[in-house]
Design a protein around this ligand. Sequence first.
Ligand code: SF4
Length: 341
Amino acid sequence: MNDAVGAADRLIAAVTAGIDAALADAPAPVADVYVGWVAAAEAAECPARYRAAGEGGWGFPGWSAPTAAAAVGRAALDHHVHARDGGPAPSPDDVPAPLEVVRGWIRAVAVAGGPGVGGWVGDLRADGDAATLAATAGLATRWLAGFVRVLGWPLPEGLALLGVTRDDGASGAPRWWPAKGSPVTVACGADARIGRVAGSGGHVLVVHRPSSADDGEIHRRATFEAAAGALALRVAPAAVLVTAGDTGERARVVVDEDLLAAGGEMIVEVIRQRVAALTRGHDPADARPSARCRWCDEADHCEPGAAWLAGPGRWRGGLPVLAPGPVGAGPGAGLPAVDPR
Ligand code: SF4
């Protein structure tokens, strides 16, 4: 992209105008709206579900083992790379042992009451919540192992991990607010960038996922993160590299103004749906069934979702979805039963 700063400026102007217009239509003040990839995907793919999510789904989702996995994995890898415990910096041959790197970070850095995900993990330790701690460490280990597998070791020249809050408070996650005091926070979920963020552009955002997805989701993810990253860093990236730990795939999506505009529209759509939620929650008219229905809290009373689950959603990978079955004697005992939905 020739004019990376100008492209980001144009995106900022367009998204700010879109958000202002959406908020101006609100019949009452809108509280915190956290616009990350999950919110953007839900608002685009099933607006009825996003609107029904309530405060728990509209604001920052908070930490849990699944939501903290990437943040812990990044922080642990950053700690390993920069030898934050005062030890020698790792050599090129010092390929990180993922579980030991995560354990070392938890022991050395996670402090109860501290900033970011380190404070949350520190609280788990202080509370003796071994189950959540073990689940978090396991998922973070998987994230870190996949990241190093796909990106290689030593990490590529010029790679900087993003969303890492260190003791000195530096290097927080890329965020953007349309105005001071705005209820809207746009969060870029890129895990790293390759190359300096300079006026001449050229840096690449890296989005790593432990498991692969279909091409459509990869492109939508790249679209959102390109726009969110351009807003937060005020320079458009040249590309978004979407990687998957289980398959080792690397999908490089080149960023242009059309992609940025599409990502900006995803962001504004979240605000439109949040405003609509003030007067209209779940509405079957714009419920759009998909695999999301399997984990949707609305599934019990959403007719389109229930119909999908009883039809195409009954099949996954060519096989019917299985549910736990009876254990004991008799035909089929000990075997999973077919989900009757
Ligand atoms: S059950 Fe499916 S279609 Fe219905 S709201 Fe949930 S995700 Fe949307």
